[in-house]
Write a protein that binds this ligand. Structure first.
Ligand SMILES: [Zn+2]
Length: 128
């Protein structure tokens, strides 16, 4: 039954739209985004008299190192605890954004298929 099939397709498209709206709403709530990664590092100070010289558990830190790619180069910088907290949050936002974007692509592809955009719509006019 073509009508039933059409109805099911309309319903599926509405679900796509709802899902898509919900993803956009989540995206709207996201704060600033940062790329890269944040590492906690524990360092030796280099003084032989210091406990860190022999005991790895006595190393100093944590030091927070943020690394990111910019203009084809990897850059990195040390942050204090407050900066690191913000950095961690914004990196988390970026990952969340990537996750949402991936889901939006998936829903969009489903919608494209329901609207049969993935099928050939125009026959090539041949010169035969
Ligand atoms: Zn030390």
């Amino acid at each position: 039954m073509p009508d039933q099939e059409g109805g099911r397709r309309e319903q599926a498209l509405r679900r796509c739209q709802q899902e898509y709206q919900a993803l956009k709403a989540q995206m709207d709530g996201l704060g600033y985004i940062l790329q890269g990664s944040l590492r906690e590092r524990w360092m030796q100070c280099g003084k032989q008299a210091c406990r860190c010289y022999t005991d790895p558990g006595a190393r100093h830190g944590p030091y927070y190192q943020w690394s990111w790619a910019e203009g084809g180069k990897t850059r990195s910088i040390y942050l204090d605890a407050d900066q690191a907290e913000l950095c961690r949050e914004w990196i988390g936002n970026h990952r969340e954004l990537e996750r949402l974007l991936k889901r939006m692509r998936t829903v969009s592809l489903r919608a494209a298929r329901l609207k049969q955009i993935d099928r050939k719509g125009v026959r090539r006019k041949c010169g035969k």
